[in-house]
Design a binder for this molecule. Structure first.
Ligand code: GTP
Ligand code: MG
Length: 171
């Protein structure tokens, strides 16, 4: 059959935001794992959409590993940035990390798409995706196409909408 176009994606965000859970849900059901543990360093995963074959670098969000992120900026063609919508206390930390990466020389002025997941929408104290985009000041992102989706990675809700958007950006 037709060979799908390969895309390198970087999955970033604070520890415990749900990155690995999201990537796991995007894989075919027979490739999904049941128990997800905090990522050490990073892990390379693959999933496919109708026209694309994604290779995802699922990075650890723990403070001590965040210095690894920048080494993968050069080769990535898209970014998935995950936020725990329930963790309003650390939203400012998420914003700092986002600002740092947006200003990195290997990403600055590159029109690579950024997909945000406002994750953990199922939790009682989660704020809306509109509120998350305000707290992260996403309207300031002028040089890259971006999109934010509310998601519940445990149920898999909101993930397809995000990936459809990403696929449209890359075509
Ligand atoms: P690091 O690898 O440490 O950077 O974390 P991570 O961003 O990969 O988070 P991970 O996917 O390991 O999920 C952390 C915890 O949040 C796990 O207990 C998940 O089950 C839980 N979780 C992930 N997504 C959701 C969600 O949408 N809702 C709820 N309620 N829990 C979630
Ligand atoms: Mg992880």
């Amino acid at each position: 059959g037709l060979k799908k176009k390969e895309v390198h994606v970087l999955c970033l965000g604070l520890d415990n935001s749900g990155k690995t859970t999201i990537i796991n849900k995007l894989k075919p059901s027979n490739a999904q794992t049941q128990d997800i543990v905090p990522t050490i360093g990073f892990s390379v995963e693959k999933f496919k959409t109708s026209s694309l074959s994604f290779t995802v670098f699922d990075m650890s969000g723990q403070g001590r590993y965040r210095n690894l992120w920048e080494h993968y900026y050069k080769d990535c063609q898209a970014i998935i940035f995950v936020i725990d919508s329930n963790d309003t206390l650390r939203m400012v930390v998420a914003k700092e990390e986002l600002d740092t990466l947006m200003n990195h020389p290997d990403l600055k002025h590159r029109r690579i798409p950024i997909l945000f997941f406002a994750n953990k929408m199922d939790l009682r104290f989660a704020v809306s995706s509109v509120k998350v985009s305000q707290l992260l000041a996403l309207e300031n992102i002028k040089d890259k196409p971006w999109h934010i989706c509310a998601s519940d990675a445990l149920k898999g809700e909101g993930l397809q909408e995000g990936v459809d958007w990403l696929q449209d950006q890359i075509q």
